[in-house]
Structures are given as structure tokens and as C-alpha cells.
Design a protein around this ligand. Structure first.
Ligand code: ZN
Length: 58
């Protein structure tokens, strides 16, 4: 289980960059806050995970 380095929370979402193909499965994961969208501008060193508790990205 992944833990937030800031608050220690385990409610971590994966950040999805770019414009993904929307599907029922993806929609569900977004609803469950397993996935959040990072935006369409991808640059190096982008965080891959986001904490749903404190919003920390890393
Ligand atoms: Zn956190």
C-alpha cells in the first residue's frame, strides 16, 4: 500500500497525464478517486501519485 509522505494517508490516487481514452472502467476509477487527471501538458518530473487527503503530489 502506498502512503503519502506528507500526511501518511493511504488514500492515494494515480495521476493520469495527457488525454486518455474515456472508458467505463476508467470512469469508475476516477469516481473512486483511484485516478485523477493531471492535465494535457506533460513535462519531465511530473508527479505520478496524488494524496486524496491533503492533495500532495509526488
Ligand atoms: Zn497526504
Amino acid at each position: 500500500m502506498t502512503e503519502c509522505p506528507k500526511c501518511g494517508g493511504t488514500d492515494i490516487a494515480m495521476i493520469l497525464w495527457g488525454l486518455p481514452q474515456m472508458s467505463k472502467d476508467l470512469e469508475k476509477k476516477v469516481k473512486d478517486k483511484k485516478i485523477v487527471f493531471g492535465g494535457c501538458c506533460v513535462s519531465s518530473g511530473d508527479p505520478k501519485l496524488e494524496c486524496n487527503d491533503c492533495g500532495w503530489r509526488y
